[in-house]
Design a protein around this ligand. Sequence first.
Ligand code: FES
Length: 118
Amino acid sequence: MPTVRANGQQINCAVGANLRRVLLDAGVALYNGNASLINCRSLGTCGTCAVKIDGAPGCVSEANWRDRTRRSLPPHVSDRDLRLACQTQVLGDIAVTKFDGFWGQGDRQVWTPDHADR
Ligand code: FES
């Protein structure tokens, strides 16, 4: 059973679980500000669920076309190491970091694997 470290929590989930669902079910503030109300709810179109994921190779599913396409559009930049949580399946242990900005596109960490949001 994979462990997701996020916002100072350790969350266990099933192999293949959707990362957005795992985080929201655990009460993690996946979205910044009003993006918690104004988001596409997993369609992969808004880009506000972007997070940084660290872990061993194969710890999450490959980025699908929705993930790649949305992150290629502003304010995201495709060469940044972010992923859309709603398009990502958890396959192994991961550590997740959220950055600031409405789309989570900023440079300042909002929360990290081991530290809760401030
Ligand atoms: S919730 Fe909109 S892209 Fe993930």
